[in-house]
Design a binder for this molecule. Structure first.
Ligand code: NDP
Length: 263
């Protein structure tokens, strides 16, 4: 248990899955939280639900596409004006792209590389002045095990993920004199919006989520035998975002249930 009262956290892509689980955990630990997503309807719904569930906390839910630097700058200004300077930035917004080399055209590569890099670059640049104002400031980037264990059916995502892992190391080096730690998590398969969408598109509609996800876990050889839960990813994020990990920077935590093959 850690007390985050008086701290301000920002979670991009905070309206669903891992981002939403992280928002809830931060609120439970006492932080004030700003979250963003692109879908305004879902954002309003989630914002209202959170305000009801956590009446004592200040919550800012703003529409913002992390790929639009102007929108990210406005979001950062709103956080500064309404909550105060953020000391935790969770770069979580995004999704994976399923495609092999054969079926990824230049536009596909450009979109994927742009999403993976600029979903980190834009918020990091916009919130840096606020993070610099805080002791114990930290950035956490939500990444995938694909960064170190690429899959041919997710070729562009895997390559871009590796680049972002490298970027985390550079940011950690550049920001450590400012006292800002930068780390990431490497996810395996976590039950969230992405997998629920793939489940909705399954061929055998008679399969329940439990049957479908257990078969998926077996196929992927997940050693713990199931998909991860969003709160299991959120706990690793909270560790890296808070002084619980005060002597850790430039590193990554594996949250993959044993999918990683390397030592
Ligand atoms: P979800 O689809 O459940 O949530 C994604 C969140 O990101 C939503 O809030 C979505 O809101 C938001 N988002 C997406 N694109 C943007 C954007 N351009 N600007 C702002 N918000 C955006 O997925 P997960 O919780 O699974 O994903 C969280 C992160 O974890 C992603 O980066 C994903 O790639 C990564 N990841 C997930 C894995 C998994 O197994 N679940 C595995 C490896 C990595 P909206 O659509 O309204 O914008």
């Amino acid at each position: 248990m850690i007390n985050l009262e008086g701290k301000v956290a920002v979670v991009t892509g905070g309206t669903s899955g891992i981002g939403l689980a992280t928002v809830k955990l931060l609120l439970e630990f006492g932080a004030d939280v700003a979250l963003c997503g692109r879908d305004r309807e879902r954002l309003d719904q989630v914002g209202n639900d959170l305000k009801q569930a956590f009446p004592g906390r200040r919550i800012l839910a703003r529409a913002c596409d992390v790929l639009q630097p102007g929108q990210v700058a406005h979001f950062a200004q709103a956080v500064h004006d309404e909550l105060g300077n953020a000391s935790m930035l969770i770069n979580n917004a995004g999704q994976g792209r399923v495609s092999t080399f054969a079926d990824t055209d230049d536009a596909g590569w450009e979109n994927e590389i742009r999403l993976k890099f600029f979903s980190v670059i834009h918020p990091t640049r916009a919130f840096l002045p606020q993070l610099e104002q805080n002791e114990d400031a930290a950035i956490v980037c939500v990444n995938s095990l694909l960064a170190v264990q690429p899959e041919p059916h997710m070729v562009a995502t895997s390559a871009a993920r590796a680049g972002v892992m490298n970027l985390v190391r550079s940011l950690a080096t550049e920001f450590s004199p400012k006292g800002i730690r930068v780390n990431g998590i490497l996810l395996g398969l976590v039950d969230s919006g992405q997998w629920r969408r793939r489940y909705d598109e399954r061929e055998d509609k008679s399969q329940t989520w439990e049957q479908w996800s257990l078969a998926l876990a077996q196929r992927k050889n997940i050693q713990l035998g199931r998909l991860g839960r969003p709160d299991e990813a959120a706990r690793a994020i909270i560790f890296l975002a808070t002084p619980l990990s005060s002597y850790t920077t430039g590193s990554h935590i594996d949250v993959s249930g044993g999918v990683a093959r390397h030592v």
